[in-house]
Design a protein around this ligand. Structure first.
Ligand code: SF4
Length: 279
């Protein structure tokens, strides 16, 4: 994939883009813009994946339930011992509550989560013979599993494309002008209509990765953002690359700053970002 260098937009061009989107961006224009952003995100995060550790669908369901109000890193610290102690749905169904609560205590809300895990184990044993089902309709009927969790499981454990809309995903795609809708199911359908189905799972990862590393809720790192040129919210955070660079988080920071050309101003002194050329 080519990575031609682009100059960061100025606030005026971002405002023009925002006005164009507010006035009603054409379907083709939006599809092209979203496509450019997604190709740039694929370059930024070539190793994007589900950040929860698991080896089978049940483990992913358990890890996703534990990830509510908790970081993936903390969940990954807890699950090795948990998965060893409870390898199958029946083990959760028959779990000693006090012991289970103690194991998952570091993830917070451990009493509610223990209730969900025991209920999940019982339901999977009673309704599905101990195997986690692989359809949205069946998954969302299980204790502790909503539509978001079901899509995580479908996309990452069963290879069935799914868009995972949580509050962060919704915040980002509204900020980027992909949709104005608030309802998570409507957001899921709106984004799904912009992106080929085969890419749905990876789109979820790329959006979430960018939100965690660069496009933070309060102070996004606009000055080193590789999708800035197509973002109507450019300027929400610092546009000065040096101020923006310190806001970038995560293991890909050096790679992201290199893509943004941080420290290598081009000839006319403007900082450049390396993003994929649009169609
Ligand atoms: S960091 Fe700034 S420019 Fe980049 S996507 Fe977020 S708001 Fe837009």
């Amino acid at each position: 994939m080519s990575n031609p260098v682009r100059t960061l937009p100025d606030r005026r061009s971002a405002a023009r883009l925002a006005a164009r989107i507010a006035a009603g961006e054409s379907r083709l224009g939006r599809a092209r813009r979203v496509g450019r952003m997604l190709r740039a995100l694929a370059v930024a995060y070539p190793d994007a994946r589900c950040e929860l550790d698991f080896t089978n669908p049940l483990e992913l369901a358990v890890a996703t339930i534990l990830s509510a109000q908790c970081t993936d890193k903390r969940v990954n610290e807890v699950t090795p011992a948990l998965f060893t102690r409870y390898p199958a749905a029946v083990d959760y169904a028959e779990a000693d509550r006090a012991e289970l609560e103690e194991l998952i205590r570091p993830t917070g809300f451990f009493r509610n989560k223990a209730t969900a895990l025991i209920g999940l184990g019982q339901a999977v044993v009673e309704r599905h013979g101990g195997r986690l089902p692989n359809t949205l309709d069946e998954l969302v009927k299980l204790p502790g599993i909503g539509r978001k969790t079901a899509n995580v499981i479908l996309g990452n454990a069963f290879g069935i494309p799914g868009i995972t809309v949580d509050t962060h995903f919704g915040r980002l795609v509204r900020r980027w002008g992909w949709t104005t809708l608030d309802d998570p199911v409507k957001v899921e359908h709106a984004v799904g209509a912009l992106v080929p189905k085969r890419d749905w799972t990876m789109v979820s990862h790329h959006v979430i990765y960018h939100g965690r590393r660069v496009c933070h809720a309060r102070k996004p790192a606009c000055g080193v953002c590789t999708i800035a040129v197509d973002c109507p919210a450019f300027g929400t955070g610092p546009t000065d690359p040096a101020q923006a660079a310190v806001l970038v988080k995560g293991p890909e920071t050096a790679h992201l700053l290199a893509l943004a050309g941080f420290g290598t101003p081009d000839g006319d002194g403007a900082m450049s970002t390396a993003v994929d050329e649009g169609p």
